[in-house]
Design a protein around this ligand. Sequence first.
Ligand SMILES: Cc1cc2nc3c(=O)[nH]c(=O)nc-3n(C[C@H](O)[C@H](O)[C@H](O)COP(=O)(O)O)c2cc1C
Length: 348
Amino acid sequence: MYSLLRSLLFRLDPEQIHGLTLGLLRFAGNFPITYYLLRAMFEVRDPRLEIKVFGVRFKNPLGLAAGYDKDGVAVRGLSCIGFGHIEVGTVTRRAQPGNPRPRIHRVPQARALINSMGFPNAGVDALRVPRDATCVGINIGKSKETPLEQAAQDYCALLERVHARADYVALNVSSPNTPGLRALQARAAIEELLRAVIATRDRLQPRVPLLVKISPDMTESELDDLLAVVTTCGVDGVIATNTTTSRAGLYQYESVTGGLSGAPLRARATEIIRYIARQTAGKLPIVGVGGVASPDDALEKIRAGASLVQIYTGLVYAGPALIRAINLGLIRACEHEGVRSIGQLGNR
Ligand SMILES: Cc1cc2nc3c(=O)[nH]c(=O)nc-3n(C[C@H](O)[C@H](O)[C@H](O)COP(=O)(O)O)c2cc1C
């Protein structure tokens, strides 16, 4: 049914459809009938899917990746379609318009998207996170106009504003659409940033887990540098990965600026996850994201070392039935492997 609907929806501008879908989910989450109907249709409850990661208990390992609900307007609706967590944001200190439109391009033949959004959002003061929602991560980023040298002030101020409402906070230092942002991943820069942010986090009650979202475009030695800092300064995990600036296999899209997501990113994101898991002996929690569009793709991330998995582009191409399909597929994998919980499927 969704493929029929998609052929109609794909005639419209991607951002228009996105606004429409978010509006519907917001509406659905606010009315008891639609709320319970969607839950009955999409939710999968099974103790084998439950997992505790960085001290937080998730009802299943599949979450919505950042960027879909930037201002947290549809968290209740999104939580009824089966996600175990929703990552809202990226949110910045002040409202900002983002880059000029069009800034989302479909690449249907590759089941991919290229976006150059640049964090359009209503600012942290407008962020809405209902208290009864499923687990919510809040993804924070530097404002476009904040110079890199002052980035730590932005992240610390944002952390203070959001920590009480978040099950975890993700530092986005990997979007390709905010000029210079990825430079914050370099060793000296990330060390300075994390020192300030962790000091702020450690003063706040309750303690909130802090994750760093990284790019798939780092070399192994850049990753080693980043991991050396991340594993020694009190960070609780990494989210791997954000979109890529690479156009491998899609050279006709070289002139389209922005980050590529979806199927072409899958293998690279998994490679990064596997590398991190190996370098940290599986001790650093990893949220795996990039090109997940089927239960097997989610399993690939878990087997590579991810404890949680997120989707964005797969949802655009396959619709919300994908969430249930992945959760059911993970239960089947537990049965097949004879394990009692999803947490035991890793490294097999
Ligand atoms: C339109 C769009 C907007 C995005 N916005 C954000 C964002 O604001 N912050 C962020 O950390 N990631 C953002 N992302 C990246 C996704 O969270 C995810 O890391 C990436 O798309 C790879 O996953 P996927 O292949 O399942 O889409 C965005 C992705 C897309 C497609």
